[in-house]
Design a protein around this ligand. Structure first.
Ligand SMILES: Nc1ncnc2c1ncn2[C@@H]1O[C@H](COP(=O)(O)OP(=O)(O)OP(=O)(O)O)[C@@H](O)[C@H]1O
Ligand SMILES: [Mg+2]
Length: 332
């Protein structure tokens, strides 16, 4: 019996969904290898545990950025690892459906297919990430009804209008989770003359970050390093100043949505006005983002139930659907 896997190789995390078992893997998209021999030392969780603690001779890499391969060898290793970890026997026939951005080029598509084949997959199909997200969060994409999905990942936000099993309009912007982390790093630098790490910034974003006004007044104690004295320092950041630092990029996501709406045929636009916009991806959990989009567009906004998992899930569920729709070739 072949096993069908849905794989979402994200900038930050790689997720694998198997139809019978659900999400079977969720690990950082990270590979550590020796600079000298190129030999892989650790992948996924193990690699992330070693992050920042590796000796000079080792290199930590994220082989995929915004859905596009930046290291072919690293991607093959990562995919090999996830297939091996989720498929019990090497004799099992593995079919994979991999999420890719709508904006991917033909060369990049071929590279992804080749990497998955090299990693051991017998059959490889690609699916646009927002389409997978739509399937994963239960939208019936086969209907002649327009749905808007906004996938806010780590490096990229993709806005797509889907109808009749395909993406009708897509718009992407390189503003997503990591952009907001960087806004907080810049805030620390400019306002407090303090340097903080990316993971500290991400923590602050998840704890007190917001892109829309809300009542709770919180603060977060942040550990960093004074840029003048190079000594450790603790500073207290308020929600208001963090919100101000992230404001511009929240609006950039709104602008991408507005642009997609402008390019949407009127019949589909009226479907969206009625049924709303669905937010997916880890960035969908950023506080206030749904509210900001709702206020700026006057369209109802919903956050997918498992925003970080719905793309891998949708990819895993899509194979039957693709075969049913007899449109397999479109994804090859
Ligand atoms: N509670 C939260 N609040 C705000 N942001 C969050 C929260 N939880 C996760 N994130 C952010 O979600 C992002 C990761 O989302 P996701 O796993 O969808 O990205 P990815 O698929 O790896 O990236 P991409 O799709 O851009 O390649 C990170 O930037 C992370 O900081
Ligand atoms: Mg993603």
């Amino acid at each position: 019996m072949p096993i069908d896997l849905g794989i979402d190789p994200g900038t930050a995390n790689t997720l694998v969904y198997e139809k019978k078992r659900g999400i079977v893997l969720n690990e950082p998209s990270m590979v550590i290898r020796s600079r000298k021999t190129g030999q892989v030392q650790a992948i996924g969780n193990d690699a992330s545990d070693m992050m920042g603690k590796t000796p000079d001779g080792m290199q930590a890499l994220r082989p995929i950025r915004n859905g596009v391969i930046t290291s072919f060898g690293g991607t093959v290793e990562l995919l090999k690892y996830v297939i091996k970890k989720t498929v019990p026997s090497s004799f099992t026939r593995v079919r994979v459906v991999i999420c890719v951005p709508c904006s991917i080029t033909e060369v990049e598509r071929r590279a992804m297919i080749e990497a998955a084949q090299t990693a051991g997959a017998r059959e490889v199909y690609l699916i646009e990430e927002p389409l997978a997200a739509a399937i994963g969060c239960g939208i019936d994409i086969s209907q002649p009804h327009g749905s808007m999905i906004v996938n806010v990942g780590a490096g990229l936000t993709e806005v797509a209008v889907v109808s009749l099993g395909g993406v009708v309009v897509s718009q992407s912007v390189r503003v997503a989770g990591e952009t907001f982390d960087n806004d907080i790093v810049q805030l620390a630098k400019k306002k407090y003359n303090m340097s903080i790490g990316d993971s500290t910034a991400e923590q602050v974003k998840c704890d007190i970050g917001s892109v829309y006004m809300h009542r709770a007044r919180e603060t977060a104690e942040i550990n960093g390093r004074d840029m003048a004295t190079a000594l450790p320092r603790v500073e207290s950041f308020s929600t208001a100043e963090v919100r101000e630092a992230m404001r511009e990029h929240g609006e950039a996501i709104v602008d991408a949505i507005k642009m997609a709406l402008e390019n949407t045929p009127p019949e589909l636009a009226s479907d969206i006005m009625e049924s709303g916009i669905v937010l997916a991806g880890g960035g969908a959990m950023l506080r206030g983002l749904g509210r900001l989009i709702n206020v700026r567009t006057e369209i109802p906004v919903y956050i997918a139930e498992e925003p970080m998992e719905c793309t891998a899930k949708g990819a895993g569920m899509s194979l039957d659907f693709l075969l049913e729709m007899n449109r397999k070739s479109r994804f090859l």
